[in-house]
Design a protein around this ligand. Sequence first.
Ligand code: SF4
Ligand code: SF4
Length: 380
Amino acid sequence: LRKASGVIGSGLLAASLPLGALAQEKKAEPSKAPEQKDKKPEVEFRKLGRTGLMVTTVSMGVMNCSDPAVVRRAYDLGINFFDTAHTYMGGKNEVMVGEVLKDVRDKVCIETKVHQASESEMMGLFETSLQRLKMDHVEMLLIHGLDSAAAVNDEKIIGFLEKAKKQGKARFTGFSTHSSVAECLKAAAASKKHDVILAAYNFKSGADVKEAIAACVRAGIGIIGMKTLAGGYADSGFKGLSAHQAALKWVLQDTNVACAIPGVRSIKEIEELAVLMGKKMTAGDYKTLEGYERAFAQQLCSMCGTCAGQCPYGVPVQDVMRSLMYYEGYKDIDLARTTYAALARRAPLAQCGDCASCPVRCANRLAVQSRMRSALRYLG
Ligand code: SF4
Ligand code: SF4
């Protein structure tokens, strides 16, 4: 039973993970918020594809979090999978993850990511990540943000990932994708070179993404959902996390998704999301999502990729929309500016301020030029 997908039960974490002698470990004390230590949600696990790892359906994206107590609270709630990356917070994010979880290392899955570069550069970045984490290996090493079938099948990338595995520095490998998601997933399902994929997936995603996820699972690839909160917008009358809870439940009702990694920053947020493990969508949740979609209709980019290649100047509209989402939705100004600056190094984003009109047509009828100009104003 414990090996099956969808195991639910408080305290099953230790017995369910093939990550070492977990059952013998004592429960660690939370570093803060002791008054909340007895509040424990039911913990639900799913198998992460051929890795065989049992991960908590609600896991943690640490990207936006600089508070060690939040990471520790997530662990104390039973969450066993933590996502970080070489670039997050200039490396401080990896340092914090390693420090907070060092005494429970064999109870958790750690995933980090590096950007595409030459093979030796990627290995250098990854080794720095391991040093920051103070770990000799991670469960998962991913390449950041692949956006085409060609990148998914890139021999340089595959060669680097294989090498990291052979050297014992990563148990499993794969990539993340938030542009041309369906194309990347389909390419991975066909090539079977990747163990896991971290894919942007939410209630705004198209049917093609859902189908491609299913194809990956049939090919043995473990799927981790990200960007599950569709922007994390929290104004316009949406109090608390109700819309975010509904959005997360929507993703997890697709059992092809092993886990989701909502990016949380506070103990309150992780507690409000951790309790969703094993919970089904309700009619009220669908209604909430409809309201959220209506309220943010002018901002929600579904990351469908339809606009790719339409700008005659080469502006990557979808990626700029994502920067804006970090700014307006996540309210993470540093992340928004860093992402936008990286895009500006390879495309003339300032051109959006000069075009008399914009020929780019968005499948969701977003006002592309106006959104591009907002990004330029806030982030340029
Ligand atoms: S406003 Fe101009 S530069 Fe910007 S996306 Fe449209 S066509 Fe491209
Ligand atoms: S901007 Fe529009 S067309 Fe482009 S990815 Fe977003 S929703 Fe799709």
